[in-house]
Ligand binder design. Structure first.
Ligand SMILES: Cc1cc2nc3c(=O)[nH]c(=O)nc-3n(C[C@H](O)[C@H](O)[C@H](O)COP(=O)(O)OP(=O)(O)OC[C@H]3O[C@@H](n4cnc5c(N)ncnc54)[C@H](O)[C@@H]3O)c2cc1C
Length: 471
């Protein structure tokens, strides 16, 4: 096919559940491509000599190669090309914010729509499932060296996967009754079906990774206990699970539920009826997930308060589109200043209008309250979902150097903490970020732990990867 013909193909669209069929359940909203659509979309790829899409992917998947194999209908080979770099393609293909990563860098996006890289990856993952293909990999013989992992999110799962395949005995300690971290207790099932996570994680565990649930390191066991039990290295992948507070009066009233706490309870099976009127505060994916979850849990009037405008919203465009389709309104340039209640229960939220003030170097402008513009909203519940912080291991025996964002201060190349036998990665290091970044750091940490246990130089031949830390 000539480049001109490729350029003429429009971006293919995935089918979606009709609004009426999705807002009362947690069924997956977006369907995958069929074969014909996937090949048509793959034909849009220009196979650039300098594939900038690869630079945009936090895991550096070989995107042009898997797309080329896909369009030759070598689906299994294409899948394994992705698995060379990614441990969690089923998860990443569904939830990565592609528009800010691989698709955001795709050259076709400069004049029109980028190639739908995420949907093509998803096609291959789903093809392997539909054809009952084994996605586990060969395991090395056990070497009797033990490594412990704290938390069972994508960072730990990836690190454990690589080390277990190299013959290390890997045990993951998880404080919750479910494994998967924010993939399971944060992201709702209508975006990431649980059978998808389970199948992918089963493959990661296939070399004997053991997950022990309901064990909080720092409380049920200390890091020193792990050392005494023969674990020679530890990886900390505890994520960022402490909801950031609004810091306004009335935040302790009944009816105030913070974003990730609310989602965790719903995802662990609690029947959370918040009443008909729910207000969510925030502009990121977590806020949108809270609003769409509240709708599915039975609230009829859900809206979002965001202190900036739609241009500054950090959430993915597709998520904002789905939210609005489902009838959730966003009140822009408004923020809560006080939560009012009666008999310990929330009744009204006092808000103030905002306007955008000075902008920083990146062009992001500071919201400034408009004096005297206060107004009231009646509500049954408010869900502040403005960000998350790391909830550190309450282990008095071992202390770590931390950054000014209260994340683990690690060596940028090796992810080694200030305690030499302990490594850390994912949101615990980066602040709330993405699944793909956690996967990447899990892989980096696995290589460091392997070198540490084999007495090799941790840094030799490795370059730091530029990562932005978030507040
Ligand atoms: C609502 C929501 C939506 C999101 N949407 C997206 C999205 O669309 N796309 C995307 O790429 N990313 C998304 N993310 C972010 C993504 O889920 C995280 O970046 C990623 O899961 C971080 O992985 P992690 O392994 O570092 O930590 P986590 O996934 O947070 O896992 C940490 C685990 O450690 C456990 N733990 C904590 N402390 C202890 C302890 N002391 N002992 C034992 N266990 C402990 C926790 O219970 C948890 O299971 C979302 C996050 C949330 C909250």
């Amino acid at each position: 096919m000539k480049p001109k013909e490729r350029m003429a193909i429009p971006r293919q669209k995935a089918k979606e559940l009709a609004v009426a069929n999705r807002i009362t359940n947690f069924d997956e909203v977006t369907s995958g491509f069929d074969e014909e659509t996937a090949i048509k979309e793959a034909n849009r790829c220009l196979q650039c000599k300098k594939p900038v899409c690869r630079d945009g992917c936090p895991i550096h998947n070989n995107i042009p190669k898997f797309i080329e194999l896909l369009r030759e209908k070598k689906f299994e080979e294409a899948y394994w090309t992705i698995r060379e770099t990614s441990s969690l393609p089923a998860v990443c293909s569904r939830v990565c914010p592609h528009e800010f990563q691989c698709e955001g860098s795709c050259i076709r996006g400069k004049k029109g729509d980028p190639v739908a890289i995420g949907m093509l990856e998803r096609y291959l993952v789903d093809w392997m499932v539909d054809h009952n293909k084994d996605i586990s990999r060969e395991c090395a013989l056990p070497n009797n060296k033990k490594v412990a992992f704290v938390g069972s999110g994508p960072a730990s799962m990836t690190a454990a996967f690589h080390l277990a395949h190299d013959g290390y005995t890997c045990t993951i300690f998880e404080s919750l009754p479910a494994f998967g971290g924010m993939l399971t207790v944060g992201i709702p099932a209508y975006r990431l079906p649980r059978d998808i996570i389970n199948a992918e994680f089963d493959a990661l565990k296939s070399c004997g990774v053991e997950v022990i649930n309901n064990k909080t390191i720092g409380k049920d066991k200390t890091l020193e206990d792990l050392k005494n039990e023969g674990f020679e290295a530890v990886f900390i992948g505890i994520g960022a699970h402490a909801s950031r507070k609004l810091g306004v009066e009335g935040e302790d009233l009944d009816g105030v539920l913070h974003g990730v706490d609310y989602l965790r309870r719903v995802n662990l099976g609690e029947d959370m009826d918040l009443g008909p009127n729910v207000v969510v505060v925030g502009g990121g994916n977590v806020a949108i997930d809270c609003a769409r979850t509240a709708l599915r849990m039975g609230s009829d009037k859900v809206f979002i308060l965001y202190r900036r405008t739609i241009e500054e919203m950090p959430a993915a465009a597709a998520e904002i589109h789905h939210l609005e389709e489902e009838g959730v309104k966003i009140e822009f340039l408004a923020a809560p200043v006080k939560i009012h209640g009666e008999n310990g229960k929330l009744t009204k939220i006092e808000c103030i209008r905002m306007e955008l003030g000075e902008c920083d170097a990146s062009g992001r402008c500071r919201p400034v309250p408009v004096e005297g513009s206060n107004f009231m909203i009646e509500a049954d519940a408010i869900i502040p979902a403005i960000s998350q912080d790391v909830e550190h291991i309450a282990d008095k025996g071992t202390t770590f150097d931390l950054t000014r964002w209260n994340t683990f201060d690690v060596d940028e190349v090796t992810l080694q903490t200030s305690v030499p036998w302990v490594f850390a990665g994912g949101d615990a290091v980066l602040g709330p970020q993405t699944a793909a970044k956690a996967v990447y750091q899990g892989k980096v940490a696995a290589e460091s732990i392997r070198r540490y246990l084999e007495g090799e130089d941790l840094r030799a031949g490795r370059e730091p990867k530029e990562e932005e830390e978030t507040e």
